[in-house]
Design a protein. Structure first.
Length: 188
């Protein structure tokens, strides 16, 4: 969480500098083109959303390497499962995932979403060989109905310890924190 907070502060400083320059230049020939301004504004918002997701995956990648876990990210070339799906992380590797002789129970899949909304369902189809999926999120206080639906689909939610207090006590009992997930991966 500290890495995410620090990265966010640095990005906002850099973004402020870039956006202020663009605002000073105006939009369109006369500097007042509303459509061009709206287009630019949307691109800034989309860049923020994309950046935070990539940053989250990058921080997880680094943390997993620090813990010497065997894994691969779906971003790599050829790192796909069925129907060209690209899970965010496969443990121990995509090669193991595609090896029919590799024990299924030793495979783990992790989706990473800073916020879940309805996008959590995307991870359900990303690695058919792995029945129990894992999803890590930074989202606070996901509704009870939504966490129950996740559990019905055999999706294990992972939430950083500092965010878990925003969930009900009943929900907290069913959550994993990041350390518990890392221990599960190490246990194989």
């Amino acid at each position: 969480m500290a890495w995410m907070d620090h990265e966010e502060k640095l990005f906002r400083l850099y973004e402020r500098h870039l956006v202020q320059q663009r605002l000073r230049n105006g939009f369109g020939v006369n500097g007042d083109d509303v459509d061009e301004f709206i287009s630019y504004s949307l691109s800034v918002q989309n860049r923020r959303k994309s950046r935070v997701g990539h940053a989250f995956e990058g921080h997880l990648d680094h943390m997993f390497k620090l813990h010497q876990l065997s894994f691969q990210q779906g971003r790599g070339k050829g790192n796909v499962t069925e129907n060209n799906a690209k899970p965010d992380f496969i443990f121990p590797s995509f090669k193991a995932y595609h090896d029919p002789d590799f024990p299924q129970e030793k495979l783990l899949m992790l989706g990473a979403k800073t916020t879940c909304k309805d996008r959590w369902r995307q991870v359900l189809s990303e690695a058919a060989r792995i029945p129990k999926k894992h999803l890590i999120t930074l989202e606070a206080a996901i509704s009870v109905a939504q966490t129950e639906e996740m559990a019905m689909h055999d999706l294990q939610l992972i939430v950083p310890e500092s965010v878990q207090s925003t969930y009900t006590m009943n929900q907290q009992e069913k959550l994993l924190n990041v350390s518990e997930f890392i221990s599960r991966v190490k246990a194989g």
